[in-house]
Design a protein around this ligand. Structure first.
Ligand SMILES: Cc1cc2nc3c(=O)[nH]c(=O)nc-3n(C[C@H](O)[C@H](O)[C@H](O)COP(=O)(O)O)c2cc1C
Length: 169
């Protein structure tokens, strides 16, 4: 898929086919994440691939707003490494860039994704850290669901001229 078409047609997908995702596709998606820009090129991130049904089901207890995991074949937990990137805002920005690469790479490969927020909800961060036994310096930012779409969500026109400002407000 051409780059601009990929980013203009990506939508969140919340229903997935019961179909395994090929390992080489997961690898391309993870590689894409790692090619994201990061502050001072520190690449202070980690990725936990979750493809075990029991672990996915367990994750619903940790992230109560992630009920779609019940029918999701895989997910990627994106974490920041606070021992490498000490500026929390930069850590989140780094991980967000990586997440967007995940969403776009997956879409380009015919896979659907949904970005599930973790960071910013203290209790959820605590739950996820405990469930995945994350080291203290590893901070869960978001969980990205991954699967072959079982719904069709069309692109919408979001271009708003009034949101653009040149040189001053
Ligand atoms: C930081 C962030 C957190 C999000 N958290 C959730 C979430 O918890 N559950 C969910 O279903 N979608 C979540 N989303 C997806 C948004 O709802 C979705 O991106 C938005 O409605 C726009 O739709 P689109 O992704 O189809 O373009 C999140 C998106 C972002 C960027």
């Amino acid at each position: 898929m051409e780059t601009i078409e990929t980013l203009l047609t990506r939508r969140s997908i919340r229903k997935y086919k019961n179909q395994k995702i090929e390992k080489d596709k997961i690898d391309i998606i993870l590689k894409s994440a790692m090619y994201a820009p990061s502050a001072m090129n520190m690449q202070a991130w980690h990725y936990v691939v979750v493809d075990d049904k029991n672990v996915l089901n367990e994750t619903i207890k940790s992230i109560p707003h992630a009920e779609l995991l019940i029918q999701t074949p895989a997910a990627i937990l994106v974490c920041g490494d606070a021992s490498i990137e000490k500026n929390e805002s930069w850590m989140i920005q780094n991980c967000s860039a990586a997440i967007q690469n995940i969403l776009l790479a997956a879409h380009g490969l015919g896979l659907g994704t949904c970005w599930i927020a973790i960071h910013g909800m203290e209790e959820v961060v605590k739950n996820v850290s405990a469930q995945f036994k994350l080291p203290e310096n590893v901070i869960p930012i978001s969980l990205i669901t991954l699967g072959y779409p079982d719904e069709s969500v069309t692109a919408e026109d979001r271009f708003r001229k009034e949101k653009i400002h040149y040189n001053k407000w």
